[in-house]
Design a protein around this ligand. Structure first.
Ligand code: ATP
Ligand code: MG
Length: 419
């Protein structure tokens, strides 16, 4: 990407109507555009970050046998009435609208109903199970408060997987498999060392559900964490019997703020029963698949990562989600500098490295560097007369602040080994 061609521009001031730090930074850096409270559009750099997050999630879902689908956002009233989740008293975050042809539709806040109705058409025998369909789809929720930028939107992407199992035992096995995949996802996103499995209330189908909570001061949630055991409980279940059950002791728990980045539930046969999804077991007897649902929030993760790692100069992306791996900054418009920067740009592209090149003319070195700091790409390759005299480029690590001079001939290798 040549920065001279990028239509987005950075800005010094955060918009006055935006209270959250993650959205302020992302808007200033030109990653997102605010449409209204809780509703954001993704611009070229921001879309690359969101796609990187979604790609990591997708890879891990595929690795455990997930099959990606894409379900509709518009939902039929009749379907949701069958599970008693259409009424606003039961689900208070619906967006609903009327059809010109008559009748009501809703914008999906979640997708248990449609996925179960689809599986009903395709599952007949125990041989058709287990199944792990998932999607990455927009969800619409009429959230009362939307002050946390990307972390609580009224329109946001969710990865939601649903599992369909033959037996309780098989369900437990699938549940565990997805749980492990979630740990891998958070590790790959750079959040592994601060994301904890958190026990939450389980409803009627299991004693607990699980949240994945990332410890962060900006979190809306409070959790009670046992760092040595590596698990936490949330407020709902903080009581003696639960602590005893989990082998936790009240006085060893630390109360911390956290962001719920994922949430996994056992659903039992609530949906398969209500919607008539059945299979014939080996004896020919009709049974309802036991279901689980597994959510994770790419938008919330992007907002959290942006805010958590940022410093006073701007964004600092982990390498796995950064929009580009390297940011070449031509420190002046002198031909020698421009030619060398151009050569580095070609070399990195040849080496299949995702690279952004600040080739803008008439922009001072100071301005380019402060823009590069704001954009937060992991490695800045600073090309100027001083380093070129030594046939070298200054490689600046945005996260650590370390800078070293690397010979022109070794740039590709250096970047490759760093990412
Ligand atoms: P919360 O408790 O934060 O309201 P939830 O329990 O309603 O979330 P789920 O329905 O389990 O969330 O959704 C799964 C995941 O989707 C959440 O763990 C979170 O990462 C993400 N998510 C939920 N609501 C939002 C939102 N309004 N904006 C962005 N991401 C969200
Ligand atoms: Mg929750």
């Amino acid at each position: 990407m040549r920065q001279s061609q990028l239509f987005t521009h950075t800005r010094r001031e955060a918009p006055r109507d935006e209270a959250s730090k993650n959205a302020q930074l992302l808007i200033r850096a030109g990653y997102i555009h605010k449409e209204m409270a809780g509703v954001y559009s993704f611009l070229p750099l921001g879309w690359r970050v969101l796609e990187n997050i979604m790609r990591i999630i997708r890879e891990e879902m595929n690795a455990i046998g997930g099959q990606e689908v894409h379900l509709s956002a518009l939902q039929s009233r009749a379907l949701w009435e069958q599970t008693d989740r259409w009424s606003d008293e039961k689900v208070d975050i619906w967006f609903k609208t009327t059809l010109a042809a008559g009748g009501e539709v809703g914008l999906a806040p979640t997708h248990e109903e449609p996925i179960t109705a689809i599986m009903r058409e395709h599952i007949a025998s125990y041989r058709d199970l287990p199944q792990l369909p998932y999607q990455i789809q927009l969800k619409f929720r009429n959230e009362l408060r939307a002050r946390s930028g990307l972390m609580r939107g009224r329109e946001f992407f969710m990865k939601d997987m649903y599992t369909f199992a033959r037996t309780e035992k098989e369900h437990e096995e699938l549940y565990e498999r997805v749980k492990q995949a979630y740990f891998t996802i958070f590790r790959r996103l750079g959040l592994g060392d601060r994301t904890y499995l958190t026990f939450a209330s389980g409803g009627i189908f299991s004693r607990y559900s699980h949240e994945f909570q990332t410890v962060a001061d900006i979190g809306e949630d409070t959790i009670y964490l046992d760092k040595t055991k590596g698990i936490a409980v949330n407020k709902e279940v903080l009581e003696e019997s639960v602590l005893a059950d989990l082998g936790l002791e009240q006085d060893k728990l630390e109360e911390v703020r956290a962001v719920e980045v994922g949430n996994i539930f056992s659903l039992g046969t609530r949906f398969s029963k209500a919607l008539g999804c059945v299979f014939k077991d080996a004896e020919g007897k009709e049974r309802h698949p036991i279901m689980g649902c597994y959510g994770i929030g790419p938008n919330r993760l992007m907002g959290l990562i942006a805010e958590l790692f940022a410093d006073e100069r701007g964004l600092v992306w982990p390498k796995t989600v950064a929009p580009y791996s390297a940011h070449i900054v031509a420190l002046s418009d002198e031909p020698a500098v421009k030619n060398a920067a151009e050569k580095v740009y070609q070399d990195l592209q040849q080496a299949n490295i995702e690279v952004c090149y600040d080739d803008r003319d008439g922009v001072s070195a100071g301005e380019k560097l402060s823009d590069a700091d704001l954009l937060g790409i992991p490695l800045q390759l600073r090309v100027g007369m001083k380093s070129l005299k030594e046939s070298a480029v200054d490689v600046f690590d945005r996260a650590t602040g370390e800078e070293r001079r690397v010979p022109l001939t070794q740039i590709s290798e250096t970047v490759k080994s760093a990412i």
